[in-house]
Design a protein around this ligand. Structure first.
Ligand SMILES: [Zn+2]
Ligand SMILES: [Zn+2]
Length: 357
């Protein structure tokens, strides 16, 4: 009997305490939010020490919807100066979630004007300006870039006006809002140095992504280290030549085998339009095995796959995607993931990998 009384008493205490907490909960919620806000706003990640070259993958996906991969995007850090290569869907969101200081972005290099590579150019325009960029943002790319840049500037003109009116011209100077197109004509050349800035050399490389012409890859050289971004291309000897001796080659990859399986499944499900696209795309991309061959031919130290097609939802799919690669290139190769950071300390052979979150 005594025990029952004790339980009843305890239950009473719990009910009263619960009621008291419920009364307090709005205050508790706000207190918890304050703790969370302080925890979430950490210092920006260090992408590169002074003199160091690094590449951060801000998107490793393709035009296919993928919950874990943004559209194509790579951020090159040369010390404290950042350059973006392409701005795929959700890539700006990644950069913001990782709290990358966007005012350090000195320019954007577009590999070509396919929609999956330019999707977030408008958002990059806005967010770099909000972050403190005080001059127009240069957007480099193959001829045709003027049209793309003019379109984004026009589409965002009203938004820019509203934001300056709201926050003040000292905070958001209207003269700095815009993108500035810088076309990089290659003429008859296969590759050409297009920029020298603060010790960073950027070379545009013609790649084969017909009917998209011209389409470029880019090579970044800084303090004796180098990163090459393939852009979208079928296996390309010109890229292999231009990537010779590079430390890192970030190469696009499409598995013809898996894309064919997906195509058949789509056909069987009556999704004939998407099935046709699966049928059409292998011709202007590169298989993982062929990308490994290109990397070997170019004697690059480290190969990273990006622009992954099709979507790879789990480790089994990833293994299927990489089938045959180890026979061609047993080491010095990895599957890219959003947030992968590869750092190259100056004048050394070191390659440091980590993941930014
Ligand atoms: Zn693409
Ligand atoms: Zn493309």
């Amino acid at each position: 009997m005594k025990r029952i009384a004790l339980w009843v008493a305890l239950a009473g205490v719990v009910i009263v305490a619960g009621g008291w907490l419920a009364t307090l909960s709005p205050d508790v919620d706000v207190w918890l939010y304050r703790q969370m806000a302080q925890r979430v706003l950490h210092a920006p990640p260090v992408l590169a020490n002074p003199g160091e070259l690094s590449v951060l993958l801000c998107g490793t996906g393709s035009p296919l919807p993928d919950r874990s991969r943004a559209g194509p995007c790579a951020l090159i850090a040369a010390g404290g100066d950042y350059y973006l290569v392409d701005a795929g869907l959700d890539s700006a969101r990644n950069l913001m979630l990782w709290q990358i200081p966007l005012d350090r972005i000195r320019g954007v290099f577009l590999t070509h004007m396919h929609s999956d590579h330019i999707a977030e150019l408008g958002e990059i325009r806005l967010q770099t300006w909000v972050a403190g960029r005080n001059a127009p943002l240069k957007v480099y790319g193959p001829p045709g870039i003027e049209t793309v840049v003019a379109g984004f500037n026009e589409a965002y003109a009203l938004d820019s006006g509203y934001r300056t009116a709201h926050h003040g011209a000292a905070f958001l100077p209207p003269g700095a809002a815009a993108l500035a197109a810088v076309p990089l004509p290659l003429g008859n050349a296969d590759a050409r140095v297009m920029m020298l800035a603060g010790g960073l050399k950027v070379t545009a490389i013609r790649v084969n992504h017909g009917p998209v012409k011209p389409a470029y890859g880019y090579r970044f050289d800084y303090n004796g280290r180098s990163v090459v971004i393939s852009g979208d291309t079928s296996p390309d000897e010109n890229l292999a030549r231009a990537a010779r001796g590079a430390d890192v080659l970030v190469h696009e990859a499409l598995s013809p085998e898996l894309v064919a399986i997906l195509g058949h499944a789509l056909q069987a499900a009556g999704r004939v339009r998407t099935a046709k696209i699966m049928h059409d795309i292998p011709g202007y991309h590169t298989s993982p095995v062929d990308a490994a061959r290109i990397a070997n031919e170019a004697h690059v130290r480290f190969l990273v796959y990006t622009h992954l097609l099709p979507v790879l939802p789990d480790a089994i799919a990833e293994r299927a995607f990489l089938r045959g690669v180890s026979g061609v290139r047993p080491a010095g190769v990895t599957l890219g993931q959003d947030g992968l950071l590869v750092r190259l300390p100056p004048h050394s052979a070191e390659i440091e990998q980590s993941v930014v979150e």
